[in-house]
Design a protein around this ligand. Structure first.
Ligand SMILES: Cc1cc2nc3c(=O)[nH]c(=O)nc-3n(C[C@H](O)[C@H](O)[C@H](O)COP(=O)(O)OP(=O)(O)OC[C@H]3O[C@@H](n4cnc5c(N)ncnc54)[C@H](O)[C@@H]3O)c2cc1C
Length: 462
């Protein structure tokens, strides 16, 4: 257990001197608002919540916290699903919510430089007039900083990559108060160690991202959604592998299980049968290309025994379908008002996806538990959602999750495809990384010797 110092009235005065009184709060409401993310992990109170507006302020706060040994937990907007931003050891909760500026759109370079607190949906709304967008798309309106810190991904990752693939340069405040730039605006970079990607996915444990230059992509001129339902999950999953193997390059390829389809029909009025269903989207530049892509995908689905195939090229209908897919987790939570949910997040190489899904089905059957499945199938990622009421149910869900994680790692995959390690996945990292975890610890110690940055995350010990 680390020995941190408390936030004393003297520290509060120092914080006010750096940030101004309006940016420092010990109000109960603020503490509670920043005590828990969207995960199942219990809430923890910070001692003070701060709202910096410049990188220099963040650097000065970190320098102070480092000298006084006070924990600092960065906070985007708290949509994390692994307790990543819960201030486990109290201290300073550093909210980026007042740093939401678009600093510069480099339209000719397909790039934008932003402050870290901007929500990716707000960013994309502002970029629409340039005909460009930032593709990583977790369902929630997560901040760019939170997405980079968690290396968030989402439904478009299968074509456009995760957050790590869509960032070129960042400014980062280090624990000792230095402000450094990592990466460059060149899309090709071969200049020394890749510090940019060291900070991506580090969950606020190595530094605070204070600015980011992101890669953008032109909004596709022609798009089509294709929704195909199958008699069983195996047929749906084999179709995922076939579509990926066809070279048709889906922009989204999502698996939604029969239970989610029923909930989407009952609550959103989406016309779906009670069968495992693939939601797909294709982006092309020319209309003739779209027609031939649709025909080819339909042929693959028919060959794999699809019971029903529906295509939608109309923007409004596509939007409605994707809204329903995005809302599916919230709809499921709302449909089970007396239960809580634990979500797993494993990913494997695409050839092993059928193997992973059959393991999940087997674990569920052997343990006699209810669990739902939804996933970014196109990149081998699945979320198993375990509802629970009692501590016994929760313990069973954890045991099932442990078996699924172990299998994913054996299949060449990972304990977490996109939600990050946070609190819950730390116990699986030795299994996944072996001695590599010691190297991670050494890096953490070098950059943050007092362990003040987001303690209690990624590593079991702090
Ligand atoms: C309904 C729902 C659907 C979701 N779907 C997806 C999905 O499809 N794919 C996916 O990847 N995730 C998904 N998520 C999870 C979540 O949206 C992502 O993990 C996201 O990256 C969190 O961003 P945030 O801004 O909310 O960050 P927070 O949750 O506030 O913080 C996340 C982590 O980033 C750190 N952090 C925040 N800002 C900074 C910064 N500027 N510098 C350094 N560290 C920082 C925090 O300390 C914490 O460790 C979903 C969540 C919900 C609720």
């Amino acid at each position: 257990m680390p020995h941190f110092s408390p936030v004393t009235p003297d520290i509060i005065q120092h914080l006010i001197a750096i940030l101004g009184a309006e940016a420092v709060s010990t109000a109960r409401a603020e503490i509670e608002l920043h005590a828990q993310d969207q995960s199942h992990h219990p809430a923890h109170d910070a001692e003070v919540v701060i709202f910096p507006t410049t990188a220099e302020q963040i650097a000065a706060v970190l320098k102070l916290a480092n000298e006084r040994c006070i924990p600092v937990t960065p906070w985007g907007v708290g949509t994390g699903l692994e307790g990543n931003s819960i201030p486990l050891y109290g201290g300073i909760l550093l909210s980026l919510e007042r740093m939401t500026r678009i600093i510069e759109v480099h339209a000719d370079d397909f790039q934008v430089t932003v402050e870290p607190g901007i929500g990716h949906k707000d960013l994309n709304a502002a970029l629409a007039r340039y005909g460009l967008f930032f593709p990583p798309d977790p369902g929630a309106n997560a901040t760019v900083g939170g997405m980079l810190a968690n290396n968030a991904a989402g439904i478009r990752t299968v074509k456009y990559g995760a957050s790590k693939d869509n960032v070129l340069r960042m400014q980062v405040a280090l624990a000792d108060g230095r402000l450094i730039r990592v990466g460059s605006r060149s899309v090709k970079q071969s200049s020394g160690y890749d510090l940019l990607h060291l900070f991506v996915g580090s969950e606020g444990t190595l530094g605070v991202i204070t600015e980011a230059t992101l890669k953008l992509v032109p909004i596709a001129a022609h798009m089509s959604a294709i929704v195909a339902s199958f008699a069983d999950v195996e047929a749906a999953v084999q179709t995922v592998v076939a579509v990926r193997g066809s070279g048709l390059d889906p922009a989204a390829l999502e698996l939604v299980d029969a239970a989610h389809c029923r909930m989407l029909r009952e609550t959103e009025g989406v016309d779906l049968p009670d069968h495992p269903t693939l939601f797909m989207e294709f982006h092309v530049a020319l209309p003739e290309a779209l027609e031939s892509v649709i025909e080819s995908v339909k042929a693959i689905c028919e060959e794999m025994g699809a019971l029903r195939i529906h295509t939608a090229t109309d923007a409004a209908e596509r939007k409605r379908l994707w809204h329903a897919r995005h809302a599916s987790y919230e709809i499921m939570v709302r449909s089970h008002p007396d239960q809580k949910f634990f979500i797993n997040d494993v990913a494997v190489p695409i050839s092993q996806y059928p193997n992973l899904i059959s393991t999940i089905e087997r674990v569920k059957a052997e343990m006699g538990i209810t669990a739902y499945m939804i996933g970014h199938a196109g990149d081998g990622n699945i979320h198993v959602e375990f509802p629970y009421r009692s501590p016994d149910d929760f313990a069973k869900a954890m045991e099932a999750n442990g078996r699924i994680v172990q299998r994913a790692i054996e299949l060449g995959g990972t304990a977490t495809g996109e939600h990050g390690v946070g609190i819950g996945k730390a116990k699986y990292l030795p299994m996944e990384h072996g001695e590599g975890l010691d190297v991670m610890r050494a890096i953490k110690h070098t950059l943050d010797p007092n362990g003040i940055l987001n303690p209690g995350k990624i590593f079991l010990e702090s």
